[in-house]
Design a protein around this ligand. Structure first.
Ligand SMILES: Cc1cc2nc3c(=O)[nH]c(=O)nc-3n(C[C@H](O)[C@H](O)[C@H](O)COP(=O)(O)O)c2cc1C
Length: 205
């Protein structure tokens, strides 16, 4: 049985590792991921992860880094300029969307319903259809407009999950930090996972 369809966007904010780890986890669960990557998202994949992670080579990159389990899912790539793509319509059966990471520019576009490209239009579809929209913004420090735009998105029904990995799980590597964020994003999308230990409430010492 298909695990359903999820829209997934990568935009030009730092944190490509969060995106690829989350993508790998969704694919390993048999999800059909409908991916759209902004121009700066494409640049981010190459700048932060190297040429082998460029959009055209993403599936081989994911299986080399995370294993063949990613082949359980389906990855469909849409152009950010194609406002006629499946995920641009509320009649398409895509149950949720995550934007990982989300730039302040895309955040602003979503907050104000601009739908200038497929990322913003698909996000708007999620909001109008009252489906799950998970936005993972990354910037520091945050301007007042960015803070207000997060509030607008949250008021419209989006879940704002800032790219803020924790340290209580004692990460040893960048991949451990990415696991934490991917786990938070999966939880927000409604998936179970064991990417970080659940907080036990026990305080050391
Ligand atoms: C290497 C790099 C890192 C960037 N990091 C961020 C970031 O963390 N947050 C952010 O809001 N913008 C960041 N930017 C700027 C955005 O990419 C830029 O505003 C772009 O227009 C966003 O467009 P998009 O949302 O369509 O991808 C970065 C740009 C580059 C080239």
């Amino acid at each position: 049985m298909s695990a359903g369809k999820i829209a997934f966007a990568i935009t030009g904010a730092s944190g490509a590792l969060y995106a690829v780890k989350t993508l790998a986890e969704l694919l390993a669960r048999g999800v059909h991921v409908e991916l759209v990557v902004s121009d700066y998202g494409r640049r981010l994949l190459r700048d932060e992860l190297g040429d082998e992670a460029s959009l055209e080579k993403l599936m081989p990159y994911l299986s080399a880094k995370y294993g063949e389990t990613v082949n359980a899912g389906v990855l469909t790539v849409h152009s950010n300029r194609d406002l006629g793509a499946t995920i641009a319509s509320g009649s398409h059966n895509c149950s949720a969307m995550a934007i990982v990471p989300c730039s302040m520019k895309t955040l602003a576009g979503i907050a104000h319903g601009l739908s200038r490209n497929l990322v913003e239009r698909s996000a708007d579809v999620m909001l109008k259809e009252h489906r799950r929209l998970v936005i993972v913004p990354r910037e520091t420090p945050m301007s007042l407009p960015a803070l207000k735009n997060m509030v607008l998105c949250a008021e419209a029904g989006a879940m704002v999950v800032p790219a803020m990995p924790a340290f209580y799980q004692q990460p040893k590597s960048l991949d451990d930090l990415a696991d934490f964020m991917a786990g938070k994003i999966l939880s927000a999308l409604g998936f179970e996972h064991d990417l970080y230990p659940a907080w036990t409430g026990k305080v050391d010492g």
